[in-house]
Design a protein around this ligand. Structure first.
Ligand code: DON
Length: 342
């Protein structure tokens, strides 16, 4: 009897040790996963920024739009809006630069809200690309590849309802709303410079007018595209835009006026496949997050249901993406295990 009891105690201890072991294994798994949500600190952002401060020397400030060439190549800023909407920014946080192609996300959101996804994508594709952002790809014989390369973006903006400047004003208003910053406006000098030198964009506009994709009597719709690209923002504004799309179009302060998970899913999927143009595939392999760059030197990143990231450094690589901006994103992603596919 005593022997039986001893066996029974030994057996219970064995079972307990098994369950303790499995708890430990489970806990280890949990600890590994929880590095995803390790708190992002200002010190860490500063450390990453300083590591990449001189990376601008490996690229070149865009000058195909002459006004852009005036940017200070050394300017650099890094901003994150955390899951709870807290904004952490380091570097040249007040430095304004033009939003450029990142405005295409907002135009897409507005056009789809007004016309419906089907009507917008009847006129363009969901395709990725191996072509630069200003390529005529597919245009002569068909439809623009996607809404983020210039052709599709010019078409998307032309689909926004309203005469004259109305389409542009809607984009500006939405950017002011998302960033909660009513001081945001566009740079008249960058706009004039874009308009004067944007011959390829003008060419695309007229090809699409010729094929009936764009209905317009004058160039106002094209001018709206030039104006939206000339809107001036900061890295912090970009982090708020990233946060907005990462959170089903909920603003960083929790405002749900435009909450819409269909739109945010659509926009993020386009960011993933075409947001960094012909570099998008390799970028997805390395960073693994929906992102959108602009030739002003900004990149916005959406980490679904978590955070928004905004970076700025005007020196670009050959694809038109910020060199230091990309490196800062990559370092943050590796440090906090943010890659979607990890
Ligand atoms: O249409 C253009 O050429 C510019 N306004 C925008 C291009 C752009 O930002 C491409 N991004 N990397």
């Amino acid at each position: 009897m005593k022997k039986n009891k001893t066996y029974s105690i030994l057996f219970s201890l064995f079972v307990m040790s098994l369950s303790i072991n499995s708890t430990v294994i489970f806990a280890q798994t949990t600890v590994q996963k929880s590095t995803n949500t390790k708190e992002i600190t200002k010190n860490k952002l500063t450390e990453i920024l300083e590591k990449n401060r001189t990376a601008y020397t490996k690229g070149k400030v865009a000058d195909y739009i002459p006004e852009l060439g005036k940017m200070d190549a050394k300017a650099i800023a890094f901003s994150v809006v955390t899951e709870k909407g807290k904004v952490i920014s380091v570097g040249d946080t007040n430095k304004k630069f033009t939003i450029q192609s990142i405005s295409k996300l907002i135009a897409l959101m507005i056009a789809v809200n007004e016309k419906g996804e089907k009507n917008v994508f009847d006129k363009m594709g969901y395709y990725g690309t191996d072509k630069p952002f200003n390529h005529f790809a597919n245009l002569e014989s068909g439809k623009p590849l996607n809404p983020l390369m210039n052709a599709g973006a010019i078409l998307t903006t032309s689909l926004i309802e309203g005469e004259g400047e109305v389409g542009f004003q809607k984009i500006l208003k939405m950017i002011r709303y998302i960033t909660k910053n009513d001081l945001i406006d566009y740079s008249k000098s960058v706009y004039e410079s874009e308009k004067e030198t944007g011959h390829r964009n003008r060419g695309m506009f007229y090809i699409m007018k010729n094929s009936g994709l764009i209905e317009a009597n004058d160039e106002e719709k094209l001018n709206n595209y030039f104006k939206q690209c000339s809107i001036e923002i900061t890295a912090e504004d970009l982090a708020k835009i990233g946060y907005f799309f990462a959170h089903q179009c909920t603003r960083f302060d929790g405002d749900t006026t435009y909450k819409n998970s269909e739109i945010s899913t659509l926009v993020q999927s386009q960011m993933l496949i075409a947001g960094m143009y012909e570099y998008s595939g390799e970028y997805a392999r390395r960073v693994g997050l929906p992102s959108k760059s602009g030739v002003g030197g900004g990149i916005t990143v959406a980490v679904a249901n978590e955070m928004g990231i905004g970076v700025f450094s005007p020196s670009l690589d050959t694809h038109g993406n910020s060199v230091a901006g990309y490196q800062m994103i990559l370092d943050l992603v590796n440090e906090y295990h943010l890659n979607l596919f990890e």
